[in-house]
Design a protein around this ligand. Structure first.
Ligand code: NCD
Length: 354
Protein backbone atom coordinates (compact mmCIF):
# COMPACT_ATOMS: atom_id res chain seq x y z
CA UNK A 1 0.00 0.00 0.00
CA UNK A 2 1.61 3.31 -1.02
CA UNK A 3 1.89 5.82 1.77
CA UNK A 4 2.77 9.51 1.72
CA UNK A 5 4.34 9.26 5.14
CA UNK A 6 7.74 7.80 5.63
CA UNK A 7 9.64 7.30 8.82
CA UNK A 8 6.97 5.53 10.86
CA UNK A 9 9.01 2.33 11.21
CA UNK A 10 11.99 4.29 12.53
CA UNK A 11 9.80 6.39 14.81
CA UNK A 12 7.95 3.35 16.16
CA UNK A 13 11.15 1.68 17.27
CA UNK A 14 12.41 4.62 19.32
CA UNK A 15 12.17 4.36 23.10
CA UNK A 16 8.81 5.71 24.21
CA UNK A 17 10.25 8.37 26.51
CA UNK A 18 12.08 10.01 23.61
CA UNK A 19 8.92 10.10 21.49
CA UNK A 20 6.61 11.82 23.93
CA UNK A 21 7.53 15.35 22.81
CA UNK A 22 6.00 14.54 19.42
CA UNK A 23 2.61 14.43 21.12
CA UNK A 24 2.92 17.82 22.79
CA UNK A 25 2.45 21.36 21.50
CA UNK A 26 4.07 24.30 23.31
CA UNK A 27 4.99 21.86 26.09
CA UNK A 28 1.28 21.10 26.61
CA UNK A 29 -0.53 17.84 26.08
CA UNK A 30 -1.76 17.71 22.47
CA UNK A 31 -2.43 14.02 21.74
CA UNK A 32 -3.14 11.66 24.62
CA UNK A 33 -1.86 8.26 23.55
CA UNK A 34 -0.01 6.84 26.57
CA UNK A 35 -0.75 6.94 30.29
CA UNK A 36 2.83 8.06 30.89
CA UNK A 37 2.00 11.42 29.32
CA UNK A 38 -0.11 12.16 32.39
CA UNK A 39 1.94 13.62 35.23
CA UNK A 40 0.66 13.91 38.75
CA UNK A 41 0.33 17.68 38.40
CA UNK A 42 -1.42 17.22 35.08
CA UNK A 43 -3.93 14.78 36.59
CA UNK A 44 -4.57 17.03 39.57
CA UNK A 45 -5.26 19.98 37.27
CA UNK A 46 -7.76 17.83 35.36
CA UNK A 47 -9.45 16.73 38.60
CA UNK A 48 -9.94 20.38 39.56
CA UNK A 49 -11.23 21.26 36.12
CA UNK A 50 -13.67 18.33 36.24
CA UNK A 51 -14.96 19.55 39.62
CA UNK A 52 -15.44 23.02 38.17
CA UNK A 53 -17.34 21.64 35.17
CA UNK A 54 -19.57 19.55 37.45
CA UNK A 55 -20.33 22.59 39.58
CA UNK A 56 -21.20 24.72 36.53
CA UNK A 57 -23.34 21.93 35.06
CA UNK A 58 -25.62 21.88 38.11
CA UNK A 59 -27.87 24.60 36.70
CA UNK A 60 -29.51 24.95 33.31
CA UNK A 61 -27.77 28.30 32.78
CA UNK A 62 -24.47 26.70 33.62
CA UNK A 63 -25.04 23.76 31.30
CA UNK A 64 -26.14 26.11 28.50
CA UNK A 65 -22.97 28.11 29.04
CA UNK A 66 -20.79 24.98 28.95
CA UNK A 67 -22.47 24.08 25.67
CA UNK A 68 -21.34 27.40 24.24
CA UNK A 69 -17.67 26.96 25.18
CA UNK A 70 -16.85 24.61 22.27
CA UNK A 71 -19.71 25.22 19.84
CA UNK A 72 -17.14 26.07 17.15
CA UNK A 73 -15.42 22.68 17.49
CA UNK A 74 -16.13 19.26 15.94
CA UNK A 75 -14.98 15.79 16.92
CA UNK A 76 -14.74 12.41 15.23
CA UNK A 77 -15.40 9.32 17.30
CA UNK A 78 -13.66 6.51 15.48
CA UNK A 79 -14.42 3.38 17.50
CA UNK A 80 -13.73 0.24 15.50
CA UNK A 81 -13.61 -2.00 18.58
CA UNK A 82 -16.77 -2.60 20.65
CA UNK A 83 -17.44 0.00 23.32
CA UNK A 84 -20.39 1.13 25.43
CA UNK A 85 -19.05 3.30 28.27
CA UNK A 86 -16.03 4.87 26.66
CA UNK A 87 -17.95 5.76 23.53
CA UNK A 88 -20.98 7.11 25.40
CA UNK A 89 -18.97 9.04 27.92
CA UNK A 90 -16.87 10.71 25.23
CA UNK A 91 -19.98 11.42 23.17
CA UNK A 92 -21.78 12.93 26.15
CA UNK A 93 -18.69 14.87 27.18
CA UNK A 94 -18.65 16.37 23.66
CA UNK A 95 -22.34 17.20 23.95
CA UNK A 96 -21.87 18.91 27.33
CA UNK A 97 -19.12 21.09 25.85
CA UNK A 98 -21.20 21.82 22.75
CA UNK A 99 -18.85 19.94 20.41
CA UNK A 100 -20.56 18.49 17.36
CA UNK A 101 -19.53 14.93 16.66
CA UNK A 102 -19.48 12.34 13.90
CA UNK A 103 -18.82 8.67 14.38
CA UNK A 104 -17.61 5.52 12.68
CA UNK A 105 -18.03 2.38 14.74
CA UNK A 106 -17.49 -0.27 12.14
CA UNK A 107 -14.67 -0.41 9.62
CA UNK A 108 -17.02 -2.11 7.17
CA UNK A 109 -18.92 1.14 6.79
CA UNK A 110 -15.80 3.16 5.94
CA UNK A 111 -13.95 3.34 2.66
CA UNK A 112 -11.29 1.03 4.06
CA UNK A 113 -13.40 -1.78 2.57
CA UNK A 114 -12.77 -0.18 -0.84
CA UNK A 115 -9.05 -0.48 -0.21
CA UNK A 116 -8.38 2.93 1.32
CA UNK A 117 -5.33 2.89 3.57
CA UNK A 118 -5.77 3.51 7.32
CA UNK A 119 -3.50 6.54 6.82
CA UNK A 120 -5.82 8.10 4.26
CA UNK A 121 -8.82 7.34 6.46
CA UNK A 122 -7.30 9.14 9.44
CA UNK A 123 -6.18 12.06 7.32
CA UNK A 124 -9.66 12.36 5.88
CA UNK A 125 -11.11 12.85 9.36
CA UNK A 126 -8.80 15.79 9.88
CA UNK A 127 -10.34 17.50 6.85
CA UNK A 128 -13.61 17.80 8.73
CA UNK A 129 -13.02 17.85 12.48
CA UNK A 130 -10.85 19.38 15.19
CA UNK A 131 -10.34 16.30 17.36
CA UNK A 132 -10.23 12.53 16.87
CA UNK A 133 -11.15 10.16 19.67
CA UNK A 134 -10.39 6.59 18.71
CA UNK A 135 -10.49 3.02 19.91
CA UNK A 136 -8.89 0.15 18.08
CA UNK A 137 -7.99 -3.47 18.74
CA UNK A 138 -4.66 -2.69 17.15
CA UNK A 139 -1.82 -1.64 19.42
CA UNK A 140 0.01 1.35 18.04
CA UNK A 141 -2.77 2.56 15.71
CA UNK A 142 -3.64 5.60 17.85
CA UNK A 143 0.05 6.43 18.11
CA UNK A 144 0.53 6.08 14.39
CA UNK A 145 -2.52 8.24 13.68
CA UNK A 146 -1.27 11.01 15.95
CA UNK A 147 2.25 10.79 14.53
CA UNK A 148 0.90 10.98 11.00
CA UNK A 149 -1.42 13.94 11.61
CA UNK A 150 1.34 15.84 13.38
CA UNK A 151 3.20 15.90 10.06
CA UNK A 152 0.33 17.37 8.09
CA UNK A 153 -0.63 21.00 7.56
CA UNK A 154 -3.74 20.45 9.68
CA UNK A 155 -2.63 18.54 12.74
CA UNK A 156 -5.52 17.81 15.08
CA UNK A 157 -5.29 16.10 18.47
CA UNK A 158 -5.89 12.38 18.86
CA UNK A 159 -7.18 10.87 22.10
CA UNK A 160 -6.65 7.16 22.62
CA UNK A 161 -9.85 5.54 23.87
CA UNK A 162 -8.22 2.11 24.11
CA UNK A 163 -5.52 0.52 21.96
CA UNK A 164 -5.53 -3.28 21.92
CA UNK A 165 -4.07 -5.00 24.97
CA UNK A 166 -1.80 -2.10 25.52
CA UNK A 167 -3.16 1.21 26.80
CA UNK A 168 -6.33 2.95 27.94
CA UNK A 169 -5.07 6.26 29.33
CA UNK A 170 -8.45 7.98 29.75
CA UNK A 171 -9.82 5.03 31.72
CA UNK A 172 -6.74 5.27 33.97
CA UNK A 173 -7.48 8.96 34.40
CA UNK A 174 -11.09 8.35 35.40
CA UNK A 175 -10.08 5.51 37.71
CA UNK A 176 -7.57 7.73 39.46
CA UNK A 177 -10.15 10.51 39.67
CA UNK A 178 -12.59 8.04 41.25
CA UNK A 179 -10.03 6.98 43.87
CA UNK A 180 -9.10 10.59 44.60
CA UNK A 181 -12.79 11.54 44.98
CA UNK A 182 -13.57 8.52 47.14
CA UNK A 183 -10.85 9.58 49.57
CA UNK A 184 -11.36 13.33 49.39
CA UNK A 185 -13.07 13.40 52.76
CA UNK A 186 -12.27 11.55 55.95
CA UNK A 187 -9.06 11.15 57.84
CA UNK A 188 -7.04 9.43 55.11
CA UNK A 189 -7.39 11.83 52.14
CA UNK A 190 -5.74 11.36 48.76
CA UNK A 191 -4.21 8.50 46.81
CA UNK A 192 -0.80 8.36 48.53
CA UNK A 193 -0.33 5.57 51.06
CA UNK A 194 -3.21 3.41 49.88
CA UNK A 195 -3.26 -0.34 49.29
CA UNK A 196 -4.51 -1.02 45.76
CA UNK A 197 -5.39 -4.57 44.73
CA UNK A 198 -5.80 -5.47 41.05
CA UNK A 199 -7.64 -8.71 40.31
CA UNK A 200 -8.21 -10.66 37.08
CA UNK A 201 -6.56 -10.68 33.67
CA UNK A 202 -3.76 -8.25 34.39
CA UNK A 203 -1.65 -9.27 31.44
CA UNK A 204 -4.09 -8.20 28.75
CA UNK A 205 -6.24 -5.76 30.69
CA UNK A 206 -5.25 -2.38 29.26
CA UNK A 207 -7.11 -0.48 31.97
CA UNK A 208 -5.01 -2.18 34.63
CA UNK A 209 -1.81 -1.53 32.74
CA UNK A 210 -2.51 2.19 32.30
CA UNK A 211 -3.76 2.74 35.86
CA UNK A 212 -0.87 0.78 37.37
CA UNK A 213 1.49 2.98 35.37
CA UNK A 214 -0.06 6.14 36.79
CA UNK A 215 0.24 4.81 40.33
CA UNK A 216 3.97 5.26 39.81
CA UNK A 217 3.30 9.00 40.34
CA UNK A 218 2.20 8.43 43.96
CA UNK A 219 4.05 7.59 47.14
CA UNK A 220 3.69 5.18 50.02
CA UNK A 221 1.48 2.86 47.98
CA UNK A 222 1.21 -0.85 48.39
CA UNK A 223 0.07 -2.43 45.11
CA UNK A 224 -0.99 -6.08 44.89
CA UNK A 225 -1.48 -7.86 41.57
CA UNK A 226 -3.73 -10.90 42.06
CA UNK A 227 -4.02 -13.08 38.96
CA UNK A 228 -3.55 -16.63 37.75
CA UNK A 229 0.10 -16.97 36.80
CA UNK A 230 -0.40 -16.93 32.98
CA UNK A 231 -2.33 -13.65 33.28
CA UNK A 232 -0.08 -11.81 35.70
CA UNK A 233 0.95 -8.19 35.16
CA UNK A 234 3.72 -7.84 32.56
CA UNK A 235 7.36 -7.03 33.27
CA UNK A 236 7.24 -3.49 31.81
CA UNK A 237 4.76 -2.34 34.47
CA UNK A 238 6.69 -4.11 37.23
CA UNK A 239 9.90 -2.41 36.14
CA UNK A 240 8.22 0.97 36.05
CA UNK A 241 6.82 0.57 39.56
CA UNK A 242 10.21 -0.60 40.80
CA UNK A 243 11.95 2.41 39.33
CA UNK A 244 9.24 4.72 40.73
CA UNK A 245 9.79 3.31 44.24
CA UNK A 246 6.27 1.84 44.51
CA UNK A 247 6.16 -1.34 46.56
CA UNK A 248 4.17 -4.13 44.93
CA UNK A 249 3.67 -7.88 45.11
CA UNK A 250 2.25 -10.62 42.90
CA UNK A 251 -0.10 -13.31 44.14
CA UNK A 252 -2.69 -15.75 42.85
CA UNK A 253 -4.98 -15.22 45.87
CA UNK A 254 -6.93 -12.07 46.54
CA UNK A 255 -9.38 -12.78 49.31
CA UNK A 256 -6.76 -12.82 52.03
CA UNK A 257 -5.66 -9.27 51.13
CA UNK A 258 -9.19 -7.83 51.23
CA UNK A 259 -9.08 -6.73 54.91
CA UNK A 260 -6.09 -4.46 54.23
CA UNK A 261 -7.23 -3.19 50.80
CA UNK A 262 -8.30 0.42 50.22
CA UNK A 263 -9.03 -0.05 46.53
CA UNK A 264 -10.09 -3.33 44.92
CA UNK A 265 -9.99 -3.18 41.14
CA UNK A 266 -11.75 -6.19 39.60
CA UNK A 267 -11.42 -7.03 35.88
CA UNK A 268 -12.75 -9.61 33.46
CA UNK A 269 -10.82 -12.14 31.43
CA UNK A 270 -9.89 -10.58 28.09
CA UNK A 271 -10.66 -13.71 26.09
CA UNK A 272 -11.13 -11.84 22.82
CA UNK A 273 -7.33 -11.74 22.67
CA UNK A 274 -6.91 -15.52 23.09
CA UNK A 275 -4.68 -17.12 20.51
CA UNK A 276 -4.94 -20.77 21.52
CA UNK A 277 -7.89 -20.74 23.93
CA UNK A 278 -5.62 -19.88 26.88
CA UNK A 279 -8.45 -18.47 29.02
CA UNK A 280 -10.38 -21.71 28.86
CA UNK A 281 -7.55 -23.43 30.72
CA UNK A 282 -7.89 -21.26 33.83
CA UNK A 283 -10.54 -21.34 36.54
CA UNK A 284 -11.49 -17.70 36.98
CA UNK A 285 -14.20 -18.29 39.55
CA UNK A 286 -11.54 -17.86 42.24
CA UNK A 287 -11.23 -14.25 41.06
CA UNK A 288 -14.87 -13.33 41.65
CA UNK A 289 -15.91 -10.90 44.36
CA UNK A 290 -18.90 -12.37 46.17
CA UNK A 291 -21.47 -10.76 48.43
CA UNK A 292 -19.97 -12.38 51.52
CA UNK A 293 -16.60 -10.75 50.71
CA UNK A 294 -18.11 -7.35 51.58
CA UNK A 295 -17.81 -8.33 55.24
CA UNK A 296 -14.02 -8.47 54.82
CA UNK A 297 -13.70 -4.93 53.48
CA UNK A 298 -12.73 -1.78 55.36
CA UNK A 299 -15.54 0.70 55.99
CA UNK A 300 -14.12 3.19 53.48
CA UNK A 301 -12.77 0.75 50.89
CA UNK A 302 -13.55 1.38 47.20
CA UNK A 303 -14.68 -1.49 44.99
CA UNK A 304 -14.05 -0.73 41.33
CA UNK A 305 -14.45 -2.35 37.91
CA UNK A 306 -13.86 -0.72 34.51
CA UNK A 307 -16.81 -2.77 33.15
CA UNK A 308 -18.15 -4.62 31.23
CA UNK A 309 -18.67 -7.07 34.06
CA UNK A 310 -19.43 -10.72 33.75
CA UNK A 311 -19.37 -12.47 37.12
CA UNK A 312 -16.36 -10.73 38.65
CA UNK A 313 -18.56 -8.80 41.09
CA UNK A 314 -21.82 -10.29 42.31
CA UNK A 315 -24.70 -7.91 41.50
CA UNK A 316 -25.77 -8.31 45.15
CA UNK A 317 -22.84 -5.97 45.98
CA UNK A 318 -24.21 -3.12 43.85
CA UNK A 319 -26.13 -1.40 46.64
CA UNK A 320 -23.20 -1.37 49.04
CA UNK A 321 -21.81 2.17 49.51
CA UNK A 322 -18.33 0.87 48.73
CA UNK A 323 -19.37 -0.28 45.24
CA UNK A 324 -17.91 2.56 43.16
CA UNK A 325 -18.38 1.28 39.60
CA UNK A 326 -21.47 3.33 38.75
CA UNK A 327 -19.80 6.48 40.07
CA UNK A 328 -16.73 5.47 38.10
CA UNK A 329 -18.76 5.60 34.86
CA UNK A 330 -20.16 9.05 35.63
CA UNK A 331 -16.78 10.36 36.75
CA UNK A 332 -15.51 9.22 33.36
CA UNK A 333 -17.82 11.60 31.55
CA UNK A 334 -16.77 14.61 33.65
CA UNK A 335 -13.06 13.93 33.54
CA UNK A 336 -13.31 13.46 29.76
CA UNK A 337 -15.00 16.87 29.53
CA UNK A 338 -12.01 18.24 31.43
CA UNK A 339 -9.49 16.46 29.23
CA UNK A 340 -11.10 17.62 25.99
CA UNK A 341 -11.36 21.22 27.21
CA UNK A 342 -7.72 21.08 28.28
CA UNK A 343 -6.52 19.66 24.96
CA UNK A 344 -8.60 22.14 22.95
CA UNK A 345 -7.17 25.02 25.02
CA UNK A 346 -10.40 26.11 26.71
CA UNK A 347 -9.53 25.13 30.30
CA UNK A 348 -8.71 28.75 31.32
CA UNK A 349 -12.08 29.94 29.98
CA UNK A 350 -13.94 27.37 32.07
CA UNK A 351 -11.84 27.96 35.19
CA UNK A 352 -12.56 31.69 34.95
CA UNK A 353 -16.34 31.13 34.95
CA UNK A 354 -17.90 32.88 37.97
C1 NCD B 1 -12.48 -1.81 29.29
C2 NCD B 1 -11.76 -1.79 27.96
O1 NCD B 1 -12.36 -1.62 26.91
O2 NCD B 1 -10.55 -1.98 28.01
N1 NCD B 1 -13.70 -1.19 29.31
C3 NCD B 1 -13.79 0.19 29.34
O3 NCD B 1 -13.27 0.89 28.50
N2 NCD B 1 -14.47 0.74 30.35
C4 NCD B 1 -12.41 -3.08 30.02
C5 NCD B 1 -12.79 -4.35 29.35
O4 NCD B 1 -13.19 -4.40 28.19
O5 NCD B 1 -12.70 -5.38 30.04
Amino acid sequence: MPTQFTGWDEFRKQPLESKLKTFEKNSQLFDLIFARQLTRTGCEALFLLAEKIRAIAKTKDGLDWLGSTHSDRRAMLFFTQPSTRTFLSFLNACQILGIQSSEIRDRNTSSEVKGESPEDTIRTFSSYVDLIIMRSSEEGYAEKSAWLLNQTKRPIPVINGGSGKDEHPTQALLDLYTIQRAFRKGNRPGIDGKTVVFVGDLKRGRTVRSLAWLLGNYSGLNVVFAAPEPFQIRADIQEHLKSSGVSFSLTDEFKEILPSADVIYMTRIQDEYDVTGESTRVDFSKYHFEERDLALLKQDAVLMHPFPRRREIDVACDQDPRAAYWKQERNGMWIRCALIAQILGRAPLILAHE
